[in-house]
Design a protein around this ligand. Structure first.
Ligand code: FES
Length: 161
């Protein structure tokens, strides 16, 4: 084997090792990134998700809202904290043509669809404004329970309300 071929093979093995280290590092880093994806809890029955509000400071504030992506839930979920113990939990899928509706940006804003401007109430996800020719339908909402002591919001995705 020529020294050049030997060098190339060593170089290849060295670079492959470096690349795999980077990929492993990225994978580990990805798990540490604070994201909007909620981990599925082992004790959760099918269709149920627990949100620990301590993990989402914006939802600790009355009037706060967030759009969360959760594992095995095929859409983003908009949560609005309406009062100390009252929440809106809605599917962010616009009932017009399926775009993802944005969570309210302030404590006064409603939920807005960026595609054609539909506006949904922050109180009950009912339609406030919609494009001409559209038969308005509210966003899907889900049952939830809230335990104030633990600050856990338990959402039941198996039932829309
Ligand atoms: S898809 Fe939302 S307004 Fe058209």
């Amino acid at each position: 084997m020529s020294p050049e071929k030997n060098y190339n093979r060593r170089d290849f093995i060295k670079r492959a090792g470096q690349l795999s280290g980077v990929l492993i590092g990225l994978s580990a880093f990805g798990n540490l990134l604070p994201g909007c994806e909620q981990e599925e809890m082992p004790f959760e029955p099918a269709g149920m998700r627990a949100i620990y509000l301590n993990d989402y400071p914006v939802l600790k504030e009355i009037g706060g809202s967030a759009s969360l992506r959760m594992r095995n839930i095929g859409f983003q979920v908009i949560i609005v904290r309406k009062s100390e113990e009252d929440f809106l939990v809605a599917n962010s899928t616009c009932t017009h043509m399926g775009c993802t509706v944005d969570a309210p940006r302030t404590a006064q804003d409603n939920l807005l669809c960026p595609c054609h401007g539909s506006e949904y109430s922050r109180e009950d996800a009912s339609v406030i404004w919609y494009p001409e020719g559209f038969t308005p339908k509210p966003l899907k909402k889900y049952n939830w329970t809230f335990d104030k002591a633990s600050q856990i919001l338990q959402i039941d995705f198996s039932v829309t309300v």
